[in-house]
Unconditional design. Sequence first.
Length: 303
Amino acid sequence: MQQQNIVRVVLWMTGTLLSFSIMAISIRLLAGKLTVFEILTVRSFGALVILFSLLAVTPSLRPAVRTKRIPMHFFRSAVHFAGQYCWATALTLLPFATVFALEFTLPVWVLILAVAVLGEKLTSGRIVVIVLGFIGCLVILRPGIIAFQPASILVLLCSFFYAVFNVATKQMTATESTFGIVFWMNLLQFPLALSGSDPLFVLRLEPWQYAPMAGVGISGLAAHYCMARAFRYGDASLVIPLDFLRVPLIALVGYLFFAESVDALVFVGAGIILAGILWNLRQEARDARDVALPDDEGTPERT
């Protein structure tokens, strides 16, 4: 990679990390006044304000929202909404670091679903991801050693729902634009969130809580945009380790803002999961390089 692109990746991932941290803090600050449905209403509404503003000032984006796959959009939106609900609820019940660490089981679920749904090959590297992901979860949860926290199941469910969402997204990218996918997701999620909300919930907020309300709406969209830009400029082998910095960063945030204790084994478990992810990325890169190398007869060979 060129040094210029590495700098860009670091800058965009800094935006990603800050956005996720702001969103977590904002959700925790709003939880005492708003339900999770109402918090998700704020998130979708904030994203829609930004998206409709872009459509208003950029006419070239308007054809991107045309679609013939409304049922698939609705399925993706419903699954992602379920994942958001589990994640936001877990943030109000568990230490930030535990939530973020368990969320790194997402690649494990994606690999399992990619094999089962998309028919992708189960390679040795992907098996390592699944095995180390399971071991990492056991280290974080420590079943039978400490009192089990049922809210941890919410994070695992969240990762599973996000995995389904990612697999569905991969299927849709063949016919749908990125802007259209994001637009329809927020447009369909907004009524889902609003259906479980008090229409006048904003009136319950104190003046100081308008800042975290704006934080939820803006950071939710910013986090995914920044990460998408990071992947544009850098390989997953660079982006994912930087994304892992979310765990120590959010642990520091929880310690400074909410007096949460820092559990060393959470970092150990997250590290085990990350090791599996990096091992698989290394294997995937090597296999791709081997396929690209021609043999003496000009055909790809595997080593």
